[in-house]
Ligand binder design. Sequence first.
Ligand code: ADP
Length: 719
Amino acid sequence: MFQKILIANRGEIACRVIATARRLGIASVAIHSEADKEALHVARADEAWPVGPAPARESYLAIEKIIAVAKRAGAEAIHPGYGFLAENAGFAEACAEAGIVFIGPPPGAIRAMGSKASAKALMERAGVPLVPGYHGAAQDFATLREAVERVGYPALVKASAGGGGKGMRIVTRAEEIEDAIAGARGEARSAFGDDHLLIEKYLLAPRHIEIQIFADAYGHIVSLFERDCSIQRRYQKVIEEAPAPGMTAPGMTTPGMTEVLRQAMGEAACRVARAVGYVGAGTVEFIAEGEDFYFMEMNTRLQVEHPVTEMITGLDLVEWQLRVAAGETLPLAADQLSICGHAIEARIYAEDPAQDFRPSIGTLVHLREPRTGSQVRIDAGVRQGDAITPYYDPMIAKLIVHGKDRGEAVRLLAAALAQYEIVGVETNLGLLRAIAAHPDFACGKLDTGFITRHAEALLTPQVGGEDDPVLRAAAALALFADIRAETAAGAASSSDPFSPWAIADAWRMNGEGYQDLILRHEDRTETLRIHPERNGACRLDLAGGPVRAEAWEEAESGMALRLDGVLHRLRVVRHAGALIVIRNGRNHVFRIVDPLAPPAGEEAGSERLERDDRRRDRRRSESRGKTMTEGGIGERERSRPALVAPIPARVARVLVRVGAQVRKGEALIVLEAMKTEMTLVAPFDGEIVSLPYGVDAMVEEGAELVLFAAGEAAQISRA
Ligand code: ADP
């Protein structure tokens, strides 16, 4: 076994690998970009070496620098994690040349599976079923069109080098073929530097079922069963589970058929692995419909969702990877493997589902994870205070639960999601909670169209709470406590700490004491009057009537609030002039309104709040139907209208030229942030007068990307 390994990755997967290395007594060497100097994986490793600036191509993808660090640090092997260099055959070769073990399959296997088209050709020869389609070498338009027509509608045009759902277009009728091919080709060329396309029949409600395989260098190959990854957004996985719920499809009533199907898929996957001389961990992805399943692609690395397999098998797949890479045989044979219980993983992303899953960047001002144990596991790469930057993947963590059966796993998932507390970035927690609570999810009715089909129920931003006295009372009491503490601190430093004016107990010369607090929640501003009582309790006059807070206490675990006799547990986070009350994993924002502050606009702080409000309002109106791909219309809209960057990003493609006349809705520019592409479209008809940023430029939020001829503004206001 190795003494020391380097992890050529960051975030949760780097932390994940380090954890196993530590358990096995192997020293770990982390690498990091300038943006990640203080990152969690750096803190967890035994050593951490800088490898370059924030952009991945200058750091986490810089093969020579990484190999040089591995040599200098004395690492015998490199674990590539997933993403970055994990499926880069050139990197695997560079490791070998440097005398370092690449913890992954041989370069030949990576190459064979690197192109979906050649992988499919190979699988066809190995007798593995394929989705009907075309994966030939000829790429002329006539050949591709003919393939689409032969496959029938709907058809899918796919980039052979594709990944992350990029470079895919659905064709539903003949008139769309040309655009689909041109679009997929353009996207593939720019994203992968390879515009080779393939055509597949587009299955309408399939399931994504994949088989985890493991092979050693001595010809042993086992299947570690399946994972169902059908819950997806934009062709990317959101929730994965193992085993696949009710693998028996409708119409498949034969008893034991599930086991038969599992066996058939497992055998097909092992055949795939054998066909390419595979060694290490790999995943063979199938698309399944009814009792049919078709090979889609093989991922020649550890998958993001590997923990669900670990939970149901009780194995550590990173340990297996290390053992196999060190030349050992597989720790267990097929007949020693079995499935125990049911595991589900939810990926927690910094993104806004209501805005077409736009990545969200910012600092994790508050991060509290659910309690973990044998049934709840969290694989995270960030801590409270860390930033989600535009440079890398927006995943915050993976939450994995393990139940005796699927019902228990779904309950554990819902319960753990309700304990998650995140403030500082938008997250998909609301979407995940809605999925976990959906009746179709509960009964395992899954297919890749799940999120789209139930979009109304799953993606509508959850607002409300304004009528809930518990939330308002919690916000008011937290603010009241802050004011008291502040006044007490002020009094302690003043000349007469015992002056009655210095005591913040809502003391009044005459009559009943009270304190008025003004809070704004959503669009409603409310004055809440707090009457402290001598015994530490309070009466609160709320819009809906008075309530009595008998006791409230804020501790590390949150706020315990006894209101009208009932004990509630929640959390109040103070951030940017607001109180965020978190209950059951959901954030409710109460803005503090200072009655003595000058009117909005006169002072920097309130200006910022106003701007936040405008932004929020814009978001809300957009989430009522418009897509986010329109970008923002610039501040200068009255003089010279501009299309602005909605988030910091890299310019991936510029689709128009200066002087072009464009139509409303026409795609103008493609941005990439955190591995997600977003196409910004023209907000109106007009002429482009300037394109200040070229391909690869890093742009700030609000940067003016496309400037239109003056006069278009009138059209904006008419629109
Ligand atoms: P990528 O490599 O970009 O992840 P995949 O080929 O793995 O692309 O496909 C990603 C997802 O796209 C699948 O999980 C599935 O939801 C969908 N998909 C791919 N091929 C088809 C198809 N032929 N019919 C329907 N959906 C498909």
